[in-house]
Design a protein around this ligand. Sequence first.
Ligand code: NAG
Ligand code: NAG
Ligand code: NAG
Ligand code: NAG
Ligand code: NAG
Ligand code: NAG
Ligand code: NAG
Ligand code: NAG
Ligand code: NAG
Ligand code: NAG
Ligand code: NAG
Ligand code: NAG
Length: 672
Amino acid sequence: MALLLGCKLLSLFLLSLILILVSPSLSDPLYQVCGNTGNYTANSTYESNLNALLPSLASNGSDRGFYKGSVGRVPNQVNALILCRGDTNSSACRSCLDLARQDVLQLCPYYMTATIWYDNCLLRYSNLNFLNSTDNSNVFYMWNTQNETDPDKFNKLVGELINSTSQYAAINSSRRFGTGEANLTAPDTKLYGLAQCTPDFSGDQCYTCLSGMFSLMQNFAGKRGGRVLGSRCNFRYELYSFYEGKSLLQLPSSSSSPPPPSNGTNTTGNGNTTTPAVPTVEGDGNKNNIGMILAIVIPLVVAFLLISTICICFWRRRRLAKKIPHDTNPEEITSVESILFDLSTLRTATANFSEENKLGQGGFGSVYKGTLQNGREIAVKRLSAGSGQGIGELKNELVLVAKLQHRNLVRLLGVCLEEEEKMLIYEYVPNRSLDTILFDSIKREQLDWGRRYKIISGIARGLLYLHEDSQLKIIHRDLKASNILLDEDMNAKISDFGLARLFGGDQTGGTTSRVVGTFGYMAPEYAMRGQFSAKSDIFSFGVLVLEILTGRKNSNFLETEQAEDLLSYVWEHWTRGTISEILDPSLGDRWPRSEALRCIQIGLLCVQEDPASRPSMSMVGLMLNSYSVSLSAPSKPAFCVGLTGGMDSDALQKVITFPLVNSIDHQTNPSQ
Ligand SMILES: *[C@@H]1O[C@H](CO)[C@@H](O)[C@H](O)[C@H]1NC(C)=O
Ligand SMILES: *[C@@H]1O[C@H](CO)[C@@H](O)[C@H](O)[C@H]1NC(C)=O
Ligand SMILES: *[C@@H]1O[C@H](CO)[C@@H](O)[C@H](O)[C@H]1NC(C)=O
Ligand SMILES: *[C@@H]1O[C@H](CO)[C@@H](O)[C@H](O)[C@H]1NC(C)=O
Ligand SMILES: *[C@@H]1O[C@H](CO)[C@@H](O)[C@H](O)[C@H]1NC(C)=O
Ligand SMILES: *[C@@H]1O[C@H](CO)[C@@H](O)[C@H](O)[C@H]1NC(C)=O
Ligand SMILES: *[C@@H]1O[C@H](CO)[C@@H](O)[C@H](O)[C@H]1NC(C)=O
Ligand SMILES: *[C@@H]1O[C@H](CO)[C@@H](O)[C@H](O)[C@H]1NC(C)=O
Ligand SMILES: *[C@@H]1O[C@H](CO)[C@@H](O)[C@H](O)[C@H]1NC(C)=O
Ligand SMILES: *[C@@H]1O[C@H](CO)[C@@H](O)[C@H](O)[C@H]1NC(C)=O
Ligand SMILES: *[C@@H]1O[C@H](CO)[C@@H](O)[C@H](O)[C@H]1NC(C)=O
Ligand SMILES: *[C@@H]1O[C@H](CO)[C@@H](O)[C@H](O)[C@H]1NC(C)=O
């Protein structure tokens, strides 16, 4: 007991000491831009909307590190976006945002548009709705004033590291966040890089955004640290590790940087001292202290961590190891207790939710791969906080969802509701999701016509079960390629079903103010007016069918094609009778013509603008399986869904042709 009390007092003391020492240097804004879209006045509607929106950003977004929200109606509508650096935890994110919203009102008083950057977060708001736009304007850059001694080799490595880290963020990370390190020729010296985009960007959008800023590095070539920050993406490099956690990427030592001399008698150019890990800054006495502060703080932190580890160990040993739920027969699930997993079991299974075990991230939270002690592989969906539903109500729903069983649905094995955490445990499906195969130029070769047809039929059967055959009548509301998992035999399994029902409110249909779907898949009536029904799932199914047949994504079609979107593209070729031109080229000519045409027609019928003209899921099942059913002729589908929201296409053009880079030189000292 005395030990425990001692522990508490000591940790409090150490914590406050750390806060006193570190916080002033971390809390200065890096930069802010006050926009020129007009000013509001005191006590105006705009001000009250802004005051309502700013505090909610941190509460809704700190867990995920990203959030977009709007309050009010045009012209007093306030739109805001926040982004925390990918390695900050939710409390650091929240405190950065709390600071940001206070500072920004002082630094940009009465400006309708403002953007403010910190080391750990970014806040932007405006009366113009920029939330769906990829505009990255107000780009600025900063550098460390120290020069590197061998700039040519160094610059080359910096370029490679930032490029690879950006690719990691765009391709490998669903959170659009990457960190990487590379060895320099001098022994024990490493270069550290970080790149991040807002996670609502697709991989292509993210890489386009980041690579659009690469050339700005010329402005500080040869400097020992530098960063470029925009309102949608940013990158940074330093000669010291400036982010939390292990680097996600190790740059292989390339031919351009020869290995360090083996016997150490000859060091190349850099002299015989190793570079200090924390660079000091010339011409700014204030920040010179950081190295010293860290020198004091680090031993304290280590001591603190040691002591808290001991405390936690004592505490944990007193707890009893709990049972692991065994395979349950869905029929036997009667209460939530039979499907409860222990939090500690899940922590062990997923190596404490480590980044390496992360499979992806969706609107509802992150998914981790885990292995139970008995060897069974599981996928753990860790839901972001903020669902309003009560635990009691949730438990009843969970029992119902766990009872759903169909070979085209991913099976829910259990749940964990402990310590504010809400997690769902699913069977692990080895081939990952359809989008990782369908939209990959090499892996898509695995999907021959037969497999694609099987996947389409599988999704149709799973959806039919959800809509009509299960006792619950579930509307999925977020059906898309990344929610279709493929098992080892390429059987399609729908995942994330029931989540909207569990966490999204209404059940049988109606209107909702919280649209949960994904751009490009949402039915127009759902995207624009929030009305959903089984027919909005049918729309998403239609988009999915067209994607599977053409191998093209609906969601980022705009950037790559002349046609406005996938649906109008397919429609144009359908009316011209040139469907063979748009089928995925990797199918070659190995596809049966009548079957392919029939599938395209079914896809088009499902994406009709009027929900009443879309077929039901049981009708789709019949159309797929029986040639005796004649199909009605589709009319022009709804187009440009989601991306335009309620805007007309002129407005869309304006948003997309915003000035891309609006650079501002901004020399500063290197940061911490
Ligand atoms: C907004 O107010 C600032 C000063 O607070 C002023 O410099 C700026 O010109 C004003 N902008 C407009 C559009 O009135
Ligand atoms: C705004 O309202 C406050 C009290 O609600 C009042 O004190 C202040 O004078 C008002 N300001 C303006 C510019 O009307
Ligand atoms: C955001 O947070 C506020 C409370 O701060 C809450 O009222 C609001 O419903 C939240 N919005 C969402 C979408 O969770
Ligand atoms: C969050 O991160 C900050 C700084 O990176 C650290 O001081 C704090 O202990 C972390 N909090 C939790 C709950 O991990
Ligand atoms: C770095 O090099 C530039 C010229 O290339 C020089 O003007 C500057 O003073 C140097 N800075 C330091 C810290 O040596
Ligand atoms: C980034 O790397 C890719 C291949 O890895 C290469 O094709 C591209 O030219 C590189 N871009 C820059 C700016 O170095
Ligand atoms: C990133 O993804 C690409 C393509 O999927 C893969 O080849 C590469 O190994 C991945 N890199 C890392 C560091 O995971
Ligand atoms: C980088 O250097 C470390 C030791 O300093 C070594 O363990 C690691 O393998 C090196 N990495 C590469 C990619 O050369
Ligand atoms: C060490 O370096 C010297 C030249 O600097 C070279 O002559 C010698 O062979 C090297 N020894 C080893 C073991 O590589
Ligand atoms: C050290 O190596 C460099 C080339 O890597 C060479 O030019 C130089 O002569 C060497 N010095 C000694 C003392 O070996
Ligand atoms: C190498 O280090 C020694 C002492 O550590 C120093 O006297 C000497 O000047 C250094 N040589 C170079 C080339 O920096
Ligand atoms: C942006 O997308 C959301 C859907 O996530 C939609 O509700 C909103 O109307 C769109 N806004 C604009 C301006 O397109």
